[in-house]
Design a binder for this molecule. Structure first.
Ligand code: SF4
Ligand code: SF4
Length: 188
């Protein structure tokens, strides 16, 4: 697949990505094992190995508009498969963070909204709570009736619960979110 990279005066965005993710991208030798295991690589324009290559080639902020950032399901298969021990999933997280901070324009659908709704329920309940997540997502997207036909079946098959589970470690979850907010405030 052809890769188009805009020439940057500086070293591109790679330094920032490495700092946030803690990953050393220089050791990637383009074996493509990350892409071959990635469950969404066939659905996106640039699979993980191409994102790595684009970063090597000093891609700038245009890389923050890559569709994979909002299709990636954070399964971490790429990180597990990388023979060089690169935490590719952390690279995706770093790119997502930078995309949000930079107001990247091509975010796929309402995935950032879904991310936010999911994280908020984890922060409050210590684990995900589908009903609250769905309510927050629908309120934000204003698509109140979308996919509601699946709801009775999911309820019947116990794929979704009306009440939250209180088995999550709420204290630890809260502490993690507080630390993340502090770090963000400190500009780390
Ligand atoms: S698996 Fe690792 S070394 Fe191979 S292409 Fe992906 S990031 Fe690079
Ligand atoms: S974490 Fe994202 S990029 Fe990595 S394999 Fe999973 S879906 Fe693909």
């Amino acid at each position: 697949m052809a890769i188009t990279i805009k020439k940057q005066k500086s070293g591109g965005i790679i330094d920032e990505v490495q700092k946030i993710s803690g990953a050393d991208l220089s050791v990637c030798f383009q074996c493509k094992k990350c892409s071959s295991g990635c469950p969404v690589s066939k659905l996106v324009k640039y699979p993980p190995s191409e994102i790595m290559r684009r970063l090597h080639l000093k891609a700038g902020k245009e890389i923050l508009e890559s569709d994979i950032l909002w299709v990636c399901v954070s399964c971490e298969t790429c990180s597990q498969r990388c023979p060089m021990g690169i935490d590719v999933a952390a690279v995706m997280d770093a790119l997502r963070k930078l995309a949000l901070e930079n107001g990247a324009s091509k975010q796929e659908g309402n995935v950032p909204l879904f991310n936010k709704a999911f994280l908020k329920t984890v922060e409050i309940f210590g684990r995900s709570y589908d009903m609250a997540m769905i309510a927050a997502y629908k309120a934000g997207s204003r698509k109140f009736m979308a996919d509601t036909e699946k709801f009775p079946t999911m309820l019947k098959k116990r794929k979704i619960s009306l009440l939250p589970s209180f088995k999550g470690d709420r204290k630890t979850a809260k502490r993690i979110f507080q630390m993340a907010k502090l770090k963000k405030g400190a500009g780390k």
